[in-house]
Design a binder for this molecule. Structure first.
Ligand code: PXP
Length: 246
């Protein structure tokens, strides 16, 4: 297996810090403090998903994080008019566009660019026209990768959910090869490649070794470990796991 690139970065998704806060509609724990601690632990970026239903991250969080994050701020959002207006105001370092369904517990699959091409290209034009690079969260399907490229977006984020849920060696290898192939196709087109969803301390290393992978966006497993050992340590340990050193 090839080694991970020394330039591979970790974007820490802190949504679930806000999930705990919203469980009581109170002021703690504050995702802004969490972002600072994640950065002290070695996070290379901070990711938040501002959902239409505001179930965890709030508008206030994104506004303050824009001012306090010292690394880079990746705003995950649906490609809607409301969210585009917020992104244009806040100016995150990049935006990851994701599908959103109110009834889902978490993002369930990649976005369908092929079926929404004209509207989605307009969203890319609006955001990138304001110097906000766009990343499409997609399954590693050749036609979705091609369509992402045709929208003019700078990045894709490969959905790793199926890899994370794969049962047994053969299925795992199949999903890994599928993601590798997707990364290869995207890079050949000139797209930059991130990945995320469902990654854990145990399954992250083979993913980290995919050639050309730039950033892994990881949330649930880090926040889960942080509840037990603290956020700085949980982030530090994920950086080690990404390098096969945990
Ligand atoms: N990337 C995207 C686009 C996501 O929607 C999510 C979940 O919010 C993640 C990465 C992180 O997934 P997880 O919390 O399973 O690590």
């Amino acid at each position: 297996m090839q080694s991970p690139s020394p330039l591979l970065t970790l974007g820490v998704n802190i949504d679930h810090v806000a999930t705990i806060r919203q469980a009581r509609r109170t002021v703690e724990p504050d995702p802004v403090t969490a972002a600072a601690l994640a950065e002290l632990g070695g996070a290379d970026g901070i990711t938040v998903h501002l959902r239409e239903d505001r179930r965890h991250i709030q508008d206030r969080d994104v506004k303050i994080l824009r001012q306090t994050v010292q690394t880079h701020l990746n705003l995950e959002m649906a490609p809607t008019e409301e969210m585009v207006a917020i992104a244009l105001e806040i100016q995150p370092d990049y935006v990851t566009l994701v599908p959103e369904k109110r009834e889902e517990v978490t993002t369930e699959g990649g976005i369908d660019i092929v079926g929404n091409f004209a509207r989605f290209k307009e969203v890319v034009d609006q955001l990138q026209g304001a110097n906000i690079p766009v990343s499409w969260f997609i399954d590693a399907e050749p036609d979705q990768i091609e369509a992402s490229y045709k929208t003019g977006a700078k990045f894709i984020e490969l959905h790793t959910g199926k890899y994370a849920e794969a049962k047994g060696e053969d299925e795992l290898q199949y999903e890994l090869d599928y993601l590798k192939q997707g990364a290869k196709q995207a890079i050949a087109l000139g797209l930059r490649v991130n990945a995320g969803h469902g990654l854990t301390y145990r399954n992250v290393y083979p993913l980290a070794c995919i050639e050309g992978m730039e950033e892994l966006n990881i949330g649930h497993t880090i926040i889960s470990r942080a509840v037990l050992v603290g956020l700085e340590r949980a982030v530090r340990e994920m950086k080690l796991a990404m390098r096969g050193q945990l």
